[in-house]
Design a protein around this ligand. Structure first.
Ligand code: NAD
Length: 513
């Protein structure tokens, strides 16, 4: 599929000739007032289109649309809500190739990963359909005779979804499909770096929701932080803000939402480490590191940033890793031979270069990469050579997430030191150990082991399945999305006690009058 076919298939053809509206409030708003943003392809720098963003008025229109829809949507039986999400999943199946290609064009991840991101949306849709029949509460035995006690879960209201550029479509679906079966309605503020992906998603789900009379369940307000982002997080009409992005952003969202005693679901930056023990299957470990550190050009929240090597295998593993790094094909993400595509923009290149310099100043040693890469035919793109540096645990730069293909290798004496180094950062998203030793694996998974939200054995740090709860601890924000019982974040719990007698006994045996 070439670019114009992709845009045409997703209803985005007009983006090239003039600004497309980036605001949907139950219907597309013709001329949003929040300024314009140009979408560039990081693969070659080409302009993909222009989008008109929402301002304060359009944000209000989104709230009105979501509030009106919520009054009706919350009374629709959850399995019927699930049926509409099933249809959304089917529509995504039909558009998987085009939407996956658009993710690759606008965000820059390689095509198999672009398609994988859409598959994740489809998987979450399927999961949500099943969930729509399983929003279970518990029943309890009351201590009072003739009383029944149970808990039930009700929809929460209108929620805000703030998403990052690196998962421009999947993060919305993790939140939106589950929140929708829970009975919530929502307003999505996507990253202004990937506005076309957001509009394309709306174009896919709108016909289904509109035909059912529920266009206002999924609203879109493509916008800058000011005024819309800040207004949204301070808005008491939104009981829940789910925000995915940097730790800096999450601290701001947490502070403002907490200040109004709202709920926030924070999915923030990671600083993920992978431990390799002497008894590990080295082929497996090598593959895990390569995908974790170089996949998505190091722009996953779960990307491997630090490899912690036991001293007995450090030298051998480093040699094998460097050999593999030198062979990794860097190129345009639409080409099937490419494994490492571009980073998102020039600023990302500058940040990576700055981190390399800082690491050198702090005693780090550059082992490979470290330069901008040139890709024939894609000269306007933003390519970096995947980079490996030797580091020591005391280097301050190791505390920071550089959102690019920059990997640090750290050597340790034993498992205790490895776990201490792994946990010795402020973030706590994903972690992994490669070992065939059962006791070491169990120690890593124990309460005294990894302190992260995700802990893997003989699997790399990135590439989670949707069935588990996804998220991390410490500065990663503590939120959980996707599978398991993450749905509870999108609902309010109500404990109900029903008395079917003519007496009014008090709890704890209290007598009153
Ligand atoms: P970012 O923090 O720059 O922006 C993320 C989103 O937050 C954007 O939509 C942005 O406009 C919005 N935003 C920023 N400040 C805001 C404010 N004050 N009020 C309201 N909205 C605000 O992040 P990014 O560069 O787009 O994405 C990369 C980061 O996201 C990395 O740190 C990565 O680890 C993290 N991330 C985390 C997860 C996860 O699940 N833990 C998933 C994907 C990305």
């Amino acid at each position: 599929m070439n670019t114009s076919d992709v845009l045409a298939s997703l209803g985005l053809s007009d983006a090239a000739s003039g600004p497309l509206s980036g605001v949907y409030a139950g219907k597309w708003i013709a001329t949003p007032s929040g300024g314009r943003v140009t979408s560039h392809s990081p693969g070659d720098g080409a302009v993909l289109g222009e989008v008109a963003m929402g301002g304060a008025d359009e944000y209000e229109a989104c709230v009105a649309s979501a509030e009106e829809a919520f009054q009706r949507w919350r009374t629709v039986p959850a399995p019927q809500r699930g049926e509409l999400i099933r249809q959304c999943g089917d529509a995504l199946r039909e558009k998987k190739d085009a939407l996956g290609a658009l993710v690759t064009l606008e965000m820059g991840k390689i095509l198999p990963e672009g398609l994988g991101e859409v598959q994740e949306m489809i998987d979450i849709a399927d999961f949500s359909v099943g969930l729509s029949r399983q929003l279970y509460g518990l029943t309890m035995h009351s201590e009072r005779p003739g009383h029944r006690m149970y808990e039930q879960w009700h929809p929460l209201g209108v929620m805000g979804i703030i998403s990052a550029f690196n998962f421009p479509v999947a993060v919305w679906s993790w939140n939106a499909f589950i929140a929708a079966v829970c009975g919530d309605t929502m307003i999505w503020k996507p990253s202004p770096i990937t506005p076309l992906c957001a509009i394309a998603v709306q174009n896919i789900v709108n016909p289904i929701m509109e035909a059912a009379g529920f266009g206002g369940v999924f609203n879109l307000c493509t916008a800058d932080v000011n005024p819309v982002g800040e207004t949204m997080i301070a808005d008491r009409r939104l009981p829940l803000i789910s925000a995915t992005g940097s730790v800096r952003m999450g601290k701001r969202v947490g502070e403002v939402v907490g200040g109004r005693l709202g709920r926030s679901l924070l999915e923030l930056g990671g600083n993920n480490a992978l431990i390799i023990m002497p008894d590990a299957n080295m082929e497996l470990a090598l593959s895990g590191v390569l995908f974790g550190a170089c996949g998505t050009a190091g722009q996953r929240c779960t990307s491997t940033r630090r490899v912690i090597l036991h001293e007995d295998i450090a030298e051998e593993f480093t040699a094998r890793l460097l050999k593999a790094y030198k062979q990794i094909p860097i190129g345009n993400p639409m080409e099937s031979s490419t494994l490492v595509g571009p980073v998102i923009n020039e600023a990302a290149i500058d940040t990576m270069m700055a981190s390399i310099e800082t690491a050198k100043q702090q005693g780090g040693e550059l082992l490979c990469g470290g330069e901008r890469a040139s890709v024939a035919g894609s000269e306007g793109g933003f390519y970096m050579q995947p980079t490996v540096m030797k580091a020591t645990p005391d280097m301050d730069i190791l505390q920071h997430e550089t959102f690019a293909p920059l990997l640090y290798l750290i050597t340790v004496k034993d498992l205790d030191e490895a776990i201490a180094v792994q946990n010795g950062v402020t973030q706590g998203l994903s972690s992994a150990i490669f070992t065939t030793h059962m006791q070491q694996a169990e120690r890593f998974l124990s309460a005294a082991g990894s302190d992260c939200g995700i802990a893997n054995v003989n699997i790399g740090t990135s590439g989670a399945e949707i069935g588990g709860a996804f998220g991390g601890e410490k500065d990663t924000g503590g939120g959980r999305e996707a599978g398991s019982d993450s749905w509870k974040a999108y609902m309010r719990r109500q404990t109900c006690t029903l008395n079917y007698t003519d007496d009014l006994p008090l709890a704890q045996g209290i007598t009153f009058g």
